[in-house]
Structures are given as structure tokens and as C-alpha cells.
Design a protein around this ligand. Structure first.
Ligand code: GS8
Length: 210
């Protein structure tokens, strides 16, 4: 039995896992889970006790949390995207993954939910929330701009999972009118272009737009 990812690849946290499966060239199956009742059903809660996507299965090994799942896949396939043979580099990868999770993802998530998801599901867009979170995101991007003027990628002069983990949310913001927020940060834009040039990321763009 191969690896299974539960959820739709259009959802950012599911996209992170699918991106890493594409990155390592693994065989995998996407198992759609409907938002609403199926997400909170006993069968899905057994896979992810928070009733969220993604969930993941590799034979009898079940996981949730997209970044932990991704790290498992990278370790299983002995990818060098975690730099685990070098304690300092591996720790810098973790620093910037924590930054992505704790600083970048929260404002990006609010912008994406309001600007991209709510119009699709017919909910009222909260413009104040978008504006407040654009300001928060700019503060984060100022730190990224300073960092990326010192090294090509976040953890150093090597691409890592910390960079790629930014793909799902950044790609979704780039689909909105707020993509211009990146225009003031030339090093961040160059970094984003380097991420977008990666073959696995090109495949992800196709998967997410299918
Ligand atoms: C977050 C999962 C999550 O929020 C992870 O896997 O990284 N920290 C977790 N999943 C969303 C969809 S993707 O944005 C989700 O399942 N939302 C539905 C809900 O919370 O009911």
C-alpha cells in the first residue's frame, strides 16, 4: 500500500505535503475529504483529531500536521532539503520553518481566506481584516528582505524545506490583487522567482490549478 494524503491539494496545508511528495518523486494517492460533515466525521477524526486536512498515511503509520508530514517524507526519501547532516544548517532550516508557521502563515492565511476563499463560498469579505493583515505581512516581509539581502535563501545559501514551505500561501496571495505587496521587496521577489523555477513547484502549479 502506497502513501495517501487526505484532502484537496488546493488547500494550502495539503499543498505543502503534495509539493514534498512531488519533490522526492514519491508515488502517492490523494484522497479527497469534503469540507463540513466529512471533515468532522469519526472516520476522519481518527486520521486527524482536529478534524482538519491534511491527514497522511504510509501503510500503518498515520500522521497529521503538514510540516511534520513533510519532514517525515523528506527523511524517508533521504532528501537534503533539511540539511540534517549539519546541525547548524538543520537548525537554521527549523528557525525559518518556525518563522513561516508563526509569523508568515497567520497574516497570509487571513488575506487568502478573505480575498480568495470567501468570494468562492459566498461569504462577506472582511476588508478591515485584509488591510490589518497586509500591514502585519509587510512587517514580516521587511525581515525577509533584510535576511535575503545577506543570503540567497532563508536558511543560508542553499534552498531548503523552509523556503519551499512558503510556496502554498505565497502562491495563493499571488492569485489575488494583493500580490503587489511583494513589489517593495526586491530580494524577496528574486527568492520567490527561484522557488517558482523549481520543477516540483511547476508541477504543483499545474496540480493546484486542475
Ligand atoms: C493546519 C491544518 C488546517 O488548518 C497543518 O496541517 O499544517 N497546522 C495544520 N487545515 C485547514 C485546510 S488547509 O488551510 C482545514 O482543515 N480547515 C478546516 C477546519 O479547520 O475545519
Amino acid at each position: 500500500m502506497g502513501m495517501k494524503v487526505y484532502g484537496t491539494p488546493q488547500a494550502t496545508n495539503v499543498a505543502r505535503v503534495v509539493m514534498i511528495l512531488e519533490e522526492v518523486g514519491a508515488e502517492y494517492e490523494v484522497m479527497p475529504v469534503e469540507f463540513g460533515t466529512e471533515l468532522k466525521s469519526p472516520a476522519h477524526l481518527a486520521r486527524n483529531p482536529f478534524g482538519q486536512i491534511p491527514a497522511f498515511q504510509d501503510d500503518d503509520f498515520m500522521l497529521f500536521e503538514s510540516r511534520a508530514i513533510s519532514r517525515y517524507i523528506l527523511r524517508k526519501y533521504k532528501s537534503d532539503l533539511l540539511h540534517e547532516d549539519n546541525p547548524k544548517e538543520a537548525t537554521l532550516v527549523n528557525v525559518w520553518l518556525d518563522v513561516e508557521y508563526g509569523q508568515y502563515n497567520p497574516p497570509a492565511g487571513v488575506i487568502i481566506y478573505n480575498a480568495l476563499v470567501k468570494p468562492i463560498i459566498g461569504q462577506v469579505v472582511d476588508q478591515q481584516a485584509i488591510d490589518n493583515n497586509l500591514e502585519k505581512l509587510k512587517k514580516v516581509l521587511e525581515v525577509y528582505e533584510a535576511r535575503l539581502s545577506q543570503c540567497k535563501y532563508l536558511a543560508g545559501d542553499f534552498i531548503s524545506f523552509a523556503d519551499l514551505s512558503h510556496f502554498p500561501c505565497t502562491y495563493c496571495i499571488m492569485l489575488t490583487q494583493y500580490k503587489s505587496v511583494f513589489d517593495s521587496y526586491p530580494h524577496v521577489k528574486a527568492w520567490w522567482e527561484a522557488i517558482m523555477a523549481r520543477p516540483s513547484i511547476k508541477r504543483m502549479v499545474e496540480i493546484m490549478s486542475a
